[in-house]
Design a protein around this ligand. Structure first.
Ligand code: ATP
Ligand code: MG
Length: 649
């Protein structure tokens, strides 16, 4: 745990929308009188029929969550139409291609026409309100058009990350019984084509064996590469949009009509089909986007996530567009043509707000500072992070090297299930502590409980729950409300259990320690894996580390560390001893690693999260059944880890 504090600086405070006083005042009102607070802030979006009821939620019994329930609105209307009168010519989307010489700008007027045409194509081919449409796309503007087109006509989209395999795609098509797929001939990442249409064809065959029959596939032409074609089923997007009108009235949606299904990243098991609805979700995504990133008119905002993750939904598409922002969409990868790409793009498009993940930060940190310092980054004002706990070492690098000690680092803790940011600093209001997501957003009531459910007060370490609903909360697991109740509301009665472990310090700051399953119990001491990882990464030769427990005859659990070194360094026994000493010095003897395995790569989900359950199996020398690995980015990594495991029987 880092003891350092980075106070809000004068220039940040001077332009911030929310200062400390306002944060405290609003927060108090938001938790004491949620009806009043959200009744007011719900009006940040336009309603066709205003709501008269605000909050109607229960975390017990059947669990029911409704916000603004008698209001009517449309998400696509709020993200586009309402801006046209005043901001039609403003750039809505800056698209940066995989190839650094290719980019494009889409204004709100253009966005309107693209979305309306795509919506009309969907209607023409029979898609109706409530139908599920699967979107399997690379990071091109058409992915956003597709989402907004569904929202416009009331279809429920399920975006599946373009890096997923045909099997993973098929599983998601089957789970929500989706018969319409929007895809692309091929994607492009790091100069290499990704066969999206061919994968779709394979997935459709697999789904058909499970009795879900896809009847139409709308194909966007991106590379012009050769793909299979099923006449009658497959439709070229560029041909279809020429046959329909450039306007399409938005359908009046009830606040609680479904907007999308999104499967969680699968770090802990089989992905869950998280269902989000219309009104509350949009209010929450837009409000967090504005205040957490301190978004001002004219800012250029870039979130590097993929639209296949919730971060892409809330903070590339819905939040920014509802706020009439300029949002950058990046097709490529951080290390192509080289490791300086992010910083080059920031200079090229004069990005003011930059939001990425710890995994990217750590890997770019490992590449060395020169890639960063050769760029100016003078447009940057704010840096954000999401996805995993960020170790203080990476935080400091992000702050000092990328942000030139000028830009606050906003560490946002949230989940697919929460729809938007939950625990996060507000840049003008909250002093920062590296590694801490700091304090709750408006309306969020965190609580720490021990394993028996006893509420912990003051400075404490426990399981993170949220005790009351907020508008962006998921409403159910698609098609399985019992799983929803079981997963989130049964561990601690009447509370939403996040699955994450967390510590609250004496200042009331929250420190996410990782998933509860990842907490170690070493000789009776509770230790977060994140803590040991942070200590390892603070060693100057370590670029990344993952820590898991394994059964230990004396300690109960032993500490097994997978360590990736900085480029150009080799793992030796001397370094092993040095690392053990280092961790002892950083945390204490209790945290001394028992096993250290040097690993050139770690098993990560497609969203860049380390799959610890696989690492646990390997550490336990029990790798016969690794479970669902369909969301793994590079399965080959696992073979290397198994071959070099340190606990061979
Ligand atoms: P699954 O639920 O399928 O196992 P997942 O939890 O990885 O997958 P997401 O909803 O994408 O799916 O990720 C949310 C989780 O990511 C959080 O519960 C938390 O463990 C972690 N996380 C996200 N942001 C942060 C952050 N800023 N600090 C610490 N942890 C974070
Ligand atoms: Mg999760």
């Amino acid at each position: 745990m880092s003891e350092k504090i980075y106070p809000v600086t004068k220039p940040v405070k001077a332009r911030a929308l929310i200062d400390k006083e306002k944060y405290l005042k609003w927060y108090e009102e938001s938790v004491e009188n949620p009806d009043k607070f959200w009744g007011k802030h719900g009006k940040r979006i336009d309603w066709f029929k205003p709501y008269t009821k605000v909050k109607n939620t229960s975390f017990t019994g059947k669990v029911s969550i409704k916000w603004f329930e008698d209001g009517q609105t449309n998400v696509s209307y709020n993200c586009i139409d309402r801006h046209l009168k005043t901001n039609g010519d403003q750039v809505a989307i800056i698209w940066e291609g995989d190839n650094p010489y290719i980019d494009k700008k889409v204004t709100y007027n253009e966005l309107y026409e693209h979305v309306c045409r795509m919506a009309n194509v969907l209607k023409k081919h029979g898609v109706k309100k409530g139908d599920r449409v699967t979107i399997y796309m690379p990071m091109i503007p058409e992915a956003a058009y597709a989402m907004l087109a569904c929202a416009r006509i009331g279809a429920v989209h399920s975006v599946v990350f373009g890096g997923f395999s045909p099997e993973a795609l098929a599983g998601r098509i089957v789970d929500c019984e989706s018969t319409f797929v929007i895809t692309c001939d091929e994607g492009l990442r790091g100069g290499k084509p990704v066969p999206l249409k061919d994968n779709t064809d394979t997935a459709i065959h697999i789904a058909a064996r499970q009795h879900v029959h896809v009847s139409k596939v709308l194909v966007v032409r991106r590379t012009g590469g050769k793909t299979g074609w099923a006449p009658g089923r497959d439709l070229w997007h560029h041909q279809e949009i020429a046959t329909v009108k450039p306007e399409c009235p938005p359908v009046k949606m009830k606040a609680e009509d479904p907007l999308f299904i999104l499967y969680t990243s699968g770090s802990t098991g089989k992905p869950k089909g998280v269902l989000h609805t219309t009104g509350g979700y949009l209010v929450y995504a837009a409000m967090t986007h504005e205040y957490v990133f301190d978004y001002h008119d004219g800012d250029v905002y870039w979130c590097t996530a993929d639209v296949g993750w919730v971060t892409g939904h809330s903070y590339i598409v819905y939040g920014p567009l509802a706020n009439c922002a300029t949002t950058l969409m990046f097709e490529g990868v951080p290390n192509f043509p080289d490791q300086g790409r992010f910083w080059e793009v920031i200079d090229k498009h004069k990005v003011n707000i930059f939001y990425t993940a710890p995994t990217a930060i750590r890997s770019l940190m490992g590449a060395g500072d020169d890639f960063v310092t050769r760029s100016s980054r003078s447009s940057l004002r704010l840096l954000g992070t999401v996805g995993e706990p960020i170790n203080p070492e990476a935080w400091e690098w992000y702050y000092n090297v990328v942000g030139d000690k000028r830009c606050p680092v906003i560490d946002t803790w949230w989940q697919t299930e929460t729809g938007g940011h939950m625990i996060t600093p507000l840049p003008g209001a909250i002093d920062l502590k590296p590694g801490s997501a700091t304090v709750p957003f408006f309306g969020i009531k965190p609580e720490l409980v021990d394993n028996e459910g006893k509420v912990l007060e003051g400075a404490a370490d426990g399981n993170l729950c949220i005790t009351d609903s907020w508008p962006g909360q998921m409403r159910t697991v698609y098609g399985d409300h019992d799983r929803f109740i079981q997963t989130y509301f049964s561990t601690y009665k009447g509370k939403y259990f996040t699955g994450d472990g967390c510590r609250r310090d004496a200042d009331g700051y929250y420190w996410i320690t990782g998933r509860v399953d990842d907490v170690l119990n070493v000789s009776g001491h509770r230790l977060g894996t994140a803590e040991v990882e942070s200590a390892l990464v603070s060693h100057n030769l370590v670029s990344e580390a993952a820590v898991v427990g394994y059964p230990h005859p004396i300690k109960g659990q032993g500490i097994y560390c997978y360590v990736t070194l900085m480029a150009g360094h080799e793992g030796t026994d001397t370094l092993r001893q040095d690392l053990v000493k280092h961790v002892r010095a950083e945390i204490g003897p209790i945290a001394a690693p028992d096993k250290i395995q040097f690993a050139p790569g770690l098993p990560k989900t497609r969203s860049g999260k380390i799959m610890r359950r696989i690492l646990r199996k390997i550490a336990e020398d029990d790798f016969g059944a690794l479970g669902d690995t369909s969301t793994l980015a590079d399965p080959a990594v696992v073979d290397d880890l198994i071959a070099n495991r340190q606990n061979k029987a």
